[in-house]
Design a protein around this ligand. Structure first.
Ligand code: ZN
Length: 279
């Protein structure tokens, strides 16, 4: 079955009102900062310390890194045989270091020649139970086709992740959450969870038992209808929402997540907290 690529909301073509909304990511030299963002302290020390320097690596740092890779919230979702019911999805999720590091690099690569280009990859679970991230080929300005085919035989796909870059000509938005297509594509995609990195802000969607039931009960035609209805829900919520582009996108996501009983998370640096979508 063809797995659709993500497709982002129509760009806000108006120039940003006020230069202050221009993103730092769109400026030269920002890729370095962006790629440092979200890395562990130990990694940052390594990157920032000139060779020959002797940074003291406190033992506590290594312990912290190890704990982060074994986050209970993430494991609960990633290791569930079938999707968790919505009420059982964790309050917070710490993404594995490999994912956070890979997506920080992906964000750093999302503005070649100051033009937006989505990047991303897949989160995999290795045979030994550890987690990895496999970068895919670059996407387009407004879409990224997850590289599920890169999964090796002894790996399990846990989810996918992609960036949401908006360059200056597109308004320079940061913090743009999932598109209607990103959510609707869960009908066809294998993701247990899906991540979007939109600058410093990161979002995660977790598939639930309630959502899976809708998918499982639908035949081929029913899945098409469900896919369309999810996108329509997002679009009509976006149209009816007040506020700027970023705010309206998040309102649309919350409305869609609430209706289809998914779980939605927001945060930064690999740590996301569940959003109350009933408000
Ligand atoms: Zn997207």
């Amino acid at each position: 079955m063809a797995v659709p690529a993500t497709r982002e909301p129509k760009r806000d073509a108006r120039p940003a009102s006020g230069a202050s909304t221009a993103t730092t990511e769109a400026t030269a030299g920002s890729a370095t900062r962006a790629s440092l963002r979200g890395l562990d302290y130990a990694d940052q020390v390594q990157l920032l310390t000139p060779s020959g320097g002797a940074p003291t690596a406190p033992a506590a740092t290594a312990a912290t890194v190890q704990m982060k890779g074994e986050d209970e919230g993430f494991k609960k979702v990633a290791e569930a045989e079938t999707p968790l019911s919505q009420k059982d999805t964790p309050d917070s999720i710490q993404l594995p270091d490999e994912v956070e590091k890979g997506m920080s690099e992906a964000w750093g690569d999302s503005f070649p020649n100051k033009k937006s280009q989505e990047q991303g990859g897949i989160m995999v679970r290795e045979k030994d139970g550890s987690y990895g991230f496999v970068r895919g080929a670059a996407g387009k300005s407004g879409s990224f086709p997850p590289n599920y085919g890169d999964k090796k035989a002894d790996q399990e796909v846990v989810g996918s992740a992609h960036t949401h870059p908006y360059d200056e000509s597109e308004g320079g938005h940061e913090g743009v959450a999932f598109s209607g297509g990103d959510i609707a594509n869960l009908v066809y995609q294998p993701d247990k969870l899906k991540m979007v990195k939109a600058g410093e802000t990161e979002f995660v969607l977790v598939r639930t038992a309630e959502f899976q039931k809708l998918v499982d009960e639908a035949d081929t035609e029913g899945k098409k209808t469900l896919h369309k209805e999810i996108k329509d829900t997002w679009n009509s919520a976006f149209k009816g929402a007040k506020g700027d582009f970023v705010t309206r996108c998040e309102i649309a996501v919350k409305a869609t997540v609430e209706k289809y009983k998914l779980s939605f998370y927001k945060g930064k640096e690999g740590k996301v907290d569940r959003v109350d979508t009933s408000k």
